[in-house]
Design a protein around this ligand. Structure first.
Ligand code: ADP
Ligand code: NG1
Ligand code: MG
Length: 463
């Protein structure tokens, strides 16, 4: 059977022919019936604010996850095989046995995928579920999004699993709903993320970055300045967000900040799960919210017992109301710093959008990216020495702006450079950052590359 796909850039193609072969080798010489493709993303500004309810400004990249799929009717299992690396073992699971409890036990590659299968099944009505009772799936997966590097490989995988399952069941879904259920089911893995990654992966348009608003989810496409190019560079430090509690600690620090300020303002603090709700309910501007941080949150760390005392709850009640399973033992919460970052980053995001809409200067956009990065490093404490080296190098080489992208603690930076200097810039980063580092055989064009806004998720049926 002919498979004719041109996915990814010419230098960075996903091996779809190999995936088809891998499918046949692992699944009794059967052929895939359809393919699903979901891209990764870079976030230009609005970092670590989506789970606080604030808007973000990402774009999809060429790198993507591709799933080759086929329905079965003789077994009710989900069978997975992965072409990316031998470390990713084959897995088979009874489709009705995928439980939230088992998914939360380990962030293994197959558990990310199974989050998506579970999320898709939860979207079905009882009668739809009954109608597909005898349906199972064969899925073969590949992709070229660098993993655990802040380019959202996890959400591309989960979203692809949701899509591939719903397509197989023949259940239609809108793009916004698909993004929402994908964000929700990725949380089974244990990270309490926002919805940025899934929203852009599904709703991106080629040539456009997007402003994404939450509650309700809305996507607005934006052109980027013509005189600038965006470069992504990997630091080579990796960070799996579900393997430690760093990410969730930031999420709960923001929640505690919101609840403590609410309590001081005599608002119903139990309902203030996110900072944007606090802003809305208190009717304040972002500038006023920043003043409230300075007024009501001290700079020194809060202990759990201090938080309990302020909110007049027991530690068990706090666990229940505000913390996640993996943050109940956190000793210190930095509420002032985290809330300050979020409100100031939300302001920068608004300014970035305004500049894009009004053909603002690339240097002004770059300054906002620089400020975002400094805040992520100093207030949010989610940078990494290798990211700092890349940022310093980028600025020395004449970048308009540079920041870490995604959750941080390693991963990638996104750099805005003058269009006519992009090639030279990439060469300098190759020579200065990668020439004396162990790259484990990875091609240099996978480690530092120019990127432009790519198209969102799609599905292709094999003829
Ligand atoms: P990212 O910043 O890339 O989203 P995460 O820490 O959120 O990083 O998720 C990374 C995890 O996603 C990996 O450890 C792996 O389990 C899973 N993953 C990512 N890409 C793939 C892939 N191509 N195949 C299988 N699993 C993948
Ligand atoms: P990465 O680093 O791609 O896993 C995470 C979150 C986003 C967002 C960013 C920080 C998930 C699935 N992704 O991205 O929602 O909070 O960090 O801006 O939780
Ligand atoms: Mg992720």
């Amino acid at each position: 059977m002919e498979v004719d796909y041109v996915w990814g850039t010419s230098s960075n193609n996903v091996p779809v022919q190999k995936l088809e072969q891998h499918f046949r080798e692992n699944f009794e010489s059967l052929q895939p019936e359809y393919y699903v493709k979901v891209p990764g993303r870079v976030n230009l500004i609005g970092e670590h604010v989506d789970y606080c309810g604030y808007s973000v400004f990402p774009m999809a990249i060429d790198q993507c996850i591709v799933v080759a799929a086929k329905r079965t009717t003789d077994r009710q299992t989900v069978e997975l095989t992965n072409l990316c690396t031998e470390r990713y073992e084959n897995v088979s699971k009874n489709i009705s046995d995928i439980s939230a409890e088992s998914l939360g036990k380990s962030p293994s590659w197959s558990n990310y995928f199974m989050c998506g299968v579970k999320g898709a099944r939860e979207y079905l009505s009882d009668s739809q579920l009954k109608a597909v009772e005898k349906v199972g799936f064969l899925f073969a997966i590949t992709g070229n999004i660098p993993e655990s590097s802040g380019l959202s490989s996890s959400s591309a995988l989960v979203t692809a699993a949701v899509m591939a399952t719903l397509v197989g069941y023949g259940v239609p879904i809108s793009r916004l709903e698909l993004a929402e259920i994908s964000a929700k089911c990725e949380r089974y893995i244990g990270t309490a993320g926002g919805g940025m990654d899934q929203a852009i992966a599904v709703n991106a348009k080629q040539g456009y970055a997007a402003r994404i608003d939450f509650n309700p989810l809305a996507v607005k496409q934006f052109r980027l300045p013509a005189d600038a190019k965006f470069i992504v560079a990997q630091s080579l430090a990796v960070k799996n967000k579900a393997a430690s509690n760093d990410f969730n600690t930031r999420v709960v620090e923001c929640r505690l900040a919101s609840q403590i300020i609410a309590k001081q303002l005599n608002l119903e603090w139990e309902q203030m799960a996110v900072l944007a709700t606090l802003q809305k309910r208190s009717g304040n501007s972002l500038d006023r919210m920043i003043e409230l941080v300075h007024q009501h949150l001290h700079v020194d760390a809060y202990s759990k017992s201090e938080v309990c005392e302020i909110l007049s709850v027991s530690e068990d009640q706090l666990d229940e109301l505000s913390l996640t399973a993996n943050t109940t033992n956190v000793a210190e919460f930095y509420l002032h710093q985290r809330a300050l970052h979020v409100f100031e980053e939300a302001k920068r995001m608004e300014e970035f959008c305004r500049l894009c809409e009004n053909s603002g200067a690339a240097s002004d956009l770059g300054r906002l990216m620089d400020d975002s990065h400094s805040s992520l490093r100093d207030l949010y404490q989610c940078s990494h020495p290798d990211l700092e080296e890349l940022v310093a190098l980028s600025k020395r080489e004449g970048a308009y702006g540079c920041k870490l992208t995604g959750a941080g603690w390693g991963g990638c930076v996104v750099v805005m450079v003058p269009s006519d200097g992009a090639e030279e810039f990439v060469k300098s980063v190759r020579d200065q950052y990668f020439s004396n580092r162990e790259t484990c055989g990875r091609r240099i064009d996978e480690l530092v590359f120019a990127t432009s806004p790519s198209e969102g998720a799609c599905c292709v049926h094999v003829k």
